[in-house]
Design a protein around this ligand. Structure first.
Ligand SMILES: Nc1ncnc2c1ncn2[C@@H]1O[C@H](COP(=O)(O)OP(=O)(O)OP(=O)(O)O)[C@@H](O)[C@H]1O
Ligand SMILES: [Mg+2]
Length: 285
């Protein structure tokens, strides 16, 4: 069997409080997660449980307190260069146009300006923004900004895509459109741009998709991993999503198998969500 695209092995993340270094909070503990090449995995869990923390570990932005990360079998040290990261918040540079935002990562990689421009234009077209390349982020709608961020990540042709609640701020209709587009891009449409070196973009990417939304997780994924409420968050359930593909995220929700999976997963998630919620209330008090 080929190496997993991403392995988080026995991860533990302990944070110390800003004002009191002796006060420590174990956000994540005993977490092992493997994602195969080309696999679409969603991680669901209550708010504040440690989802973004885990994704930061996978991206190489946060070093775990213990445990290790492997990327295609190699130990990860520093930034994960095989991964593209779509952040929870808008991460476009406000002083750059949409086109310049998509070009930025390519330029950092040393791609000549004209080549970067051409590839960025192709990706903007692929996400439906070909006429908006000269707009600045504040001149784009929330959905358009997300499309631009998606083009920014995909232009780099990463083998692993890390997405942290990318569409949670969008209205339901726009969100469903974006979800379908992500599935379509992931499945590899024939109209994908050719990579910078002239080769067809490589096959399916491994995706780690963080969401609060169980419907979204089931509709999109091959596998859903449920995390416990914190502290010491860890996986408490794992479900293979055997719904046929290609999927339309709106249509798939009415299938009896979808409803069955939803009931099974919600049975595991419900108590954690309640725990997470009451913890937040206690912390706020
Ligand atoms: N740099 C940090 N320093 C101290 N505590 C942190 C740090 N980063 C995260 N935490 C704490 O770790 C826990 C997990 O945070 P994280 O952002 O990973 O949660 P999350 O599951 O992504 O939440 P949400 O669903 O609200 O986005 C929280 O209690 C948070 O306060
Ligand atoms: Mg988060």
């Amino acid at each position: 069997m080929s190496e997993p695209a991403l392995e988080l092995i026995d991860i533990r993340c302990v944070f110390s409080a800003k004002d009191d270094a002796s006060a420590r909070y174990t956000a994540v503990a005993d977490t092992t997660l493997r994602v195969a090449a080309g696999e679409f995995v969603s991680i669901v869990g209550p708010t504040g449980c440690g989802k973004s923390t885990l994704l930061n570990v996978a991206a190489g932005l946060l070093e775990p307190s213990s445990g290790s990360v492997k990327v295609f079998g190699q130990a990860l040290t520093g930034i994960n260069r095989r991964a593209g990261y779509m952040f929870q918040s808008d991460a476009l540079m406000p002083w750059r146009s949409a086109l310049a935002n998509v070009m930025a990562g390519l330029e950092y990689r040393g791609m000549p300006d004209e080549e970067a421009r051409g590839l960025a234009q192709q990706w903007l077209a692929r996400v439906g923004l070909s006429d908006f390349g000269d707009r600045y982020p504040h001149q784009l709608s929330g959905g358009m900004r997300k499309r631009c961020a998606l083009a920014q990540v995909l232009a780099l042709d990463p083998d692993i895509i890390l997405m942290d609640e990318p569409f949670s701020a969008l209205d339901v209709q726009t969100r469903q459109l974006m979800e379908n587009e992500v599935l379509d891009l992931w499945a590899g449409g024939s109209s994908r741009p050719v990579g910078s070196d002239g080769r067809e973009s490589s096959g399916r990417k491994a995706v780690v998709f963080i969401t609060h939304d169980l419907d979204e997780a089931i509709a999109m994924s091959d596998r859903v991993v449920v995390l416990s409420a914190g502290p010491a968050t860890h996986p408490i359930g794992e479900f293979s999503i055997d719904l046929p593909r290609p999927r339309d995220v709106a249509e798939v929700r009415v299938l009896p198998r979808f409803v069955e999976l939803h009931t099974q997963i919600w049975n595991v998630l419900r108590d954690e969500v309640l725990k997470g919620y009451s913890q937040q209330l206690r912390r706020a008090a």
